[in-house]
Each structure stands twice: as structure tokens, then as C-alpha cells.
Design a protein around this ligand. Structure first.
Ligand SMILES: [Mn+2]
Length: 327
């Protein structure tokens, strides 16, 4: 399918519906929030009634406009009783949206726009561009094709998504075209410093304290893999929760000697969330897939239902398969 063909499908989907629920993935990030807001604002411009369901805290993204109706769990419950359509953004599996997954069955029609490598297409209409940096980039292209206006508010949302998912225009996914897009978005007069500082240079004191524990516990394996793991008691030791370490794996990956970085955190006893990064040759998406997770070659994640120590051993064993043999 060409982008023009999908864009036409998207427009007729919008035309067929009035109330449209938008949701991104759980633990919303810059790209899932940015893409929900950008498309939500366009739906509103077209006279529709968009509603966004976020599962998790979005307060750190205060510069992204949040004038659209946002549903809490109760609101979601009520909204799904009437007729509605559902758009899934920045993830392709209903389960990744948390409570909003009920929309997969209750919505009249579903549509998905994503950039992750996926196993199955769940929505009635799917536009998956795994080569794109971000869902926001995919949306930008659709806006261009459909000649939807890009207001400053839409530009802030899309710029936030692209900047977030490229690690501040640094990841290997960056292309001259993406810089060009960012330039066009910036030309609407958005505050680049506010967005970049908000995304990458603003941490709560508690997050810095958690990071000090994460770094103290970090170990290097085979001289190439840096790994740190946080159990419930480690979070308690600094009065933090497992939500207070979003940027941990990226910071571990800054270590010069590390080809791959792994960060494990205990969500519940025997339920471990694993975040992975790599720099040159390790395919962390492959590692994540071995445990039912997914992602990109350089950034991926999975969840392992095992005790912490076993989860660490399993991940390390899978990563080591990709290291060159030592002689
Ligand atoms: Mn994304």
C-alpha cells in the first residue's frame, strides 16, 4: 500500500465516525503523547470528537497542548458504551494500550499507525512503517499527503515525538529527511529549547537519586555489556518507585566500553521489565523477541515473568550469543 492509499483510508475512516478514542502505549512517552495530540487536534479541526486515553503519568510533557478531552479509567468506561471508533498510535497490539484494550472489541472500527516491528496486525486498518524514526514522523508524512494544516500546536506535538524517539536527533535512524521535517516543524515558531530541555535535561531529584543507585549496582560483562538491576527493595532504599527510572538504560548506554546496555527493574516479584540498548552490532530487538518482547535493532524491551536473578541470567545468555567469540 502506498502512503497516498493509506491516507485516503484514514480520511474515509475519519469521515465515517464522530466519536474517536485515541490511545498510545502504557507508560506514555514523547512519541505516543505527541502522536495522540497531533492527530487528536486534526480530528477536532475536522469537527470530530476526539478523546485521548493515556495509561500513566504525562505531567512531565507539560509543553504539549492538552486541551483535548482526556479520559481517565472511568471516562474510558463511559465513552466505550456509546458508538465510537478507536485509533491506536505508537503501538500495534491492543494489550500495549492497557485498559484501552477493551476498545479493540467494543469499537465500531479500529485503525493503527505505528513504527514498531510487529508480529500481527490487529486493527481493521493498519499503517506500520518500521523504518520510520517515530509515529510522529509517520503522521507528519500523512499530514503532508492529506494537506492537513500543521498549526504550531500540532508542530510542537510532532516535534516532541520525533525528538524523543531519536534521542534528540542522535539515533542511527536519523536521516537528512528527518532533519528537514524537524526544520519545517520548527519554522512554525515552536520553542526548541523548551522542548529539548523538557525531554532530555530535566529530571526530578528522586530520579537522580535512583540513578545513583543504578550506577552503583551496574556491572560490566565480557567487557561489552553493562547491566544494572533494581529490585523493589532498591527502590525503597531511596524512597522511589519503579516509575522513577525512565532514562536509566540510555544513561547506562553512555558508558564508552559498553556495546550493549541492559536495565532490569522489578515491577512485581517475579515480573521483570527489561530495557535494552546497543551501539554497533548487537541486535537487541532479536534479544527482546526471544522473551516475547520487541522493538528496534538499537532499542528494545521485554518483560520476563521470572525472579530477578534468573531474568538477568537469561538476558545475558541471549546477549552473549551475539558477541564475537573470544580467542
Ligand atoms: Mn514511538
Amino acid at each position: 500500500m502506498t502512503v497516498q492509499e493509506f491516507a485516503a483510508q484514514l480520511q474515509s475512516f475519519i469521515d465515517r465516525h464522530d466519536r474517536i478514542i485515541l490511545s498510545g502505549h502504557i507508560r506514555p512517552d514523547g512519541d505516543s503523547i505527541g502522536s495522540c495530540v497531533a492527530l487528536g487536534l486534526e480530528l477536532e479541526r475536522q469537527g470530530k470528537h476526539p478523546m485521548i486515553y493515556y495509561e500513566g503519568d504525562i505531567s512531565r510533557y507539560g509543553w504539549v497542548q492538552q486541551t483535548l478531552p482526556v479520559l481517565d479509567e472511568n471516562g474510558l468506561c463511559k465513552a466505550t458504551r456509546g458508538r465510537f471508533a478507536w485509533i491506536m498510535l505508537d503501538c500495534a497490539e491492543p494489550a500495549r494500550t492497557g485498559e484501552a484494550a477493551v476498545c479493540a472489541d467494543l469499537a465500531e472500527e479500529t485503525l493503527c499507525i505505528d513504527h514498531h516491528v510487529i508480529k500481527n496486525e490487529y486493527a481493521n486498518f493498519n499503517w506500520i512503517r518500521s523504518e520510520a524514526t517515530s509515529t510522529s514522523e509517520v503522521l507528519y508524512e500523512l499530514f503532508k499527503v492529506m494537506e492537513y494544516p500543521i498549526s504550531k500546536e500540532v508542530a510542537v506535538a510532532l516535534f516532541t515525538g520525533i525528538a524523543f524517539d531519536t534521542g534528540g536527533f542522535r539515533h542511527s535512524s536519523m536521516t537528512p529527511q528527518v532533519f528537514h521535517m524537524a526544520g519545517e516543524l520548527a519554522a512554525t515558531g515552536l520553542d526548541i529549547t523548551q522542548i529539548m530541555n523538557g525531554l532530555f535535561h530535566t529530571k526530578k531529584f528522586i530520579e537522580e537519586k535512583v540513578m545513583s543507585v543504578i550506577l552503583r549496582k551496574a556491572k560490566m560483562y565480557n567487557g561489552k555489556i553493562i547491566l544494572s538491576a533494581m529490585e523493589g527493595k532498591d527502590f525503597l532504599s531511596v524512597g522511589a518507585s519503579s516509575d522513577d527510572c525512565e532514562g536509566a538504560v540510555a544513561q547506562l548506554a553512555e558508558v564508552e566500553e559498553a556495546e550493549a546496555a541492559v536495565f532490569l527493574r522489578e515491577l512485581q516479584p517475579d515480573l521483570i521489565r527489561v530495557n535494552l540498548r546497543s551501539k554497533h552490532f548487537v541486535d537487541v530487538a532479536q534479544v527482546a523477541r526471544a522473551f516475547g518482547g520487541g522493538g528496534h535493532v538499537r532499542a528494545a524491551g521485554c518483560t520476563i515473568a521470572e525472579p530477578m536473578l534468573l531474568a538477568q541470567q537469561m538476558i545475558l545468555a541471549e546477549l552473549k550469543k551475539q558477541l564475537p567469540e573470544e580467542h
